[in-house]
Design a protein around this ligand. Structure first.
Ligand code: CO
Length: 435
């Protein structure tokens, strides 16, 4: 079977409909059927014919390994030392008010490990003593309260999976493709399982006064990062969290307490949360006037643009993970939307002329990363890979040209454009923008 015929064959539906998942053996078999070879064709040396006897023992198979007291708190294998968050030194004046990007090219699935969750600090990472930490809730409330961590842990607990994306993710790409990297162009998105107490539960405890319409949420960092949030959102799905992926928050993620505002820009997910004040109007803080607003072509600025619009990106292949040689591959990627659930992801290998529907992998959760895949036989020719998400509201991810048409090119925030990866015949992958 030739690669050209893939489009006419409902291969994806067949695979999706199969009772059992496509196992590696099946993939190899499929590869053989398609290419007439037993080689996988994806990773060199990965699919040699098996010899008649088991391979010779490597040194680590001939001695005792380390005992259980060796690493009371586990860490990745030494050979994974290159899988780290990275920053772009020229992007910010200091590392204390800066960004680190998650290595999406090395991650699998929808959960970001705690040590690789992207960081955005405005005055560095405070290391807080939880016994001394307090959360004050006051303003237009019946019973102002100061809660300590023990108080907060006594409230009913909820656990939910949500992404957090910095509004500036992809911000360097508004005018032109700049950095040839998945990590630096998309790495300010991460997703975790959060545990804590609903903000609505805490607000019920203090009693919201009728005139209250807004909440000012403030962090205990040196910047006292603060934003205004509509009370409706606070009562809808916000969570005051103390745990991330099953353990206490990391210091760089807000230990001991942070606000999670599902589906809204990262900046409002206040870390080191220490104060919530209710009022009848927004506060117009620095971070919602001078920053985190969007300059429009007519000279005005959009303000209070909290929602993360639907976005997707192919995480394999990508500049950091090129193709090796022609053959069968699985295109993999992530999609998300602040509107709720991802409904569909389409993938193009010819720069958006033809599209195929990718397979969405369970779980498909509201305001969480969703994984998609599509089998692809690369014929060794130049290709332009793109993914395009459609969310449950019918919103379709725009091209960068569409985004510039509506919002101009002076923006930094809320770039949710379709990413194009150019594949060259040698398998290398480049970040490009199509006119
Ligand atoms: Co915004």
């Amino acid at each position: 079977m030739q690669p050209e015929s893939w489009r006419s064959i409902p291969l994806v539906s067949r695979l999706t409909a199969a009772a059992k998942p496509l196992a590696r053996r099946g993939f190899l078999k499929l590869s053989a059927a398609l290419t007439g070879s037993i080689a996988l064709g994806a990773n060199s040396g990965s699919a040699e014919p098996a010899p008649a006897s088991p391979p010779a023992d490597a040194p680590w198979s001939q001695s005792l390994g380390a005992g259980v007291v060796d690493r009371p708190y586990g860490r990745p294998a030494d050979h994974e030392a290159g899988v780290i968050r990275r920053n772009v030194p020229w992007l910010t004046a200091t590392t204390e008010s800066s960004i680190s990007f998650s290595p999406l090219q090395d991650l699998h699935g929808i959960i970001t490990p705690n040590g690789l969750f992207f960081e955005r600090h405005h005055a560095g990472r405070p290391d807080i003593d939880p016994d001394q930490h307090r959360l004050m809730i006051h303003g237009l409330v019946e019973r102002p309260l100061v809660l300590n961590m023990k108080d907060i842990l006594r409230f009913p607990q909820v656990t939910r999976i949500h992404f957090i994306e910095c509004a500036a993710n992809g911000g360097m790409e508004w005018r032109a493709a700049q950095l040839n990297s998945l990590q630096f162009n998309h790495g300010m998105i991460s997703c975790a399982e959060w545990s804590g107490v609903r903000l609505s539960t805490l607000l019920e405890e203090v009693g919201v006064k009728k005139q209250a319409k807004w909440a000012m949420v403030e962090g205990a960092d040196g910047a006292h990062m603060n934003r205004s949030l509509p009370l409706d959102k606070c009562l809808d799905d916000c969570i005051v969290v103390y745990a991330q992926n099953g353990e206490a928050l990391r210091p760089e993620q807000g230990y001991p307490l942070r606000l999670v505002v599902p589906g809204w820009e990262g900046n409002v997910n206040i870390k080191w949360l220490r104060r919530i004040k209710l009022g009848d109007k927004p506060w117009f803080s620095r971070e919602e006037t001078s920053k985190y607003t969007d300059p429009m072509p007519d000279g005005t600025s959009r303000g209070f643009t909290w929602l993360i619009d639907a976005k997707s990106v192919i995480t394999f292949p990508c500049p950091e993970k090129p193709l090796d040689r022609a053959g069968l591959y699985e295109i993999r990627g992530l999609a998300w939307t602040g509107n709720g659930k991802v409904k569909r992801v389409d993938v193009s290998t010819d720069g958006g002329i033809n599209w195929q529907t990718a397979r969405l992998h369970e779980p498909v959760l509201s305001k969480a990363l969703t994984k998609f895949t599509l089998p692809w036989h690369w014929d060794g020719q130049p290709a332009l890979l793109e993914s395009r998400v459609i969310d449950e509201t019918g919103y379709v991810q725009p091209t960068i040209a569409q985004l510039r048409n509506s919002r101009g090119s002076n923006s930094v925030y809320h770039n949710n454009a379709i990413q194009t990866w150019q594949i060259k015949p040698d398998g290398s992958v480049f970040n490009v923008q199509l006119a």
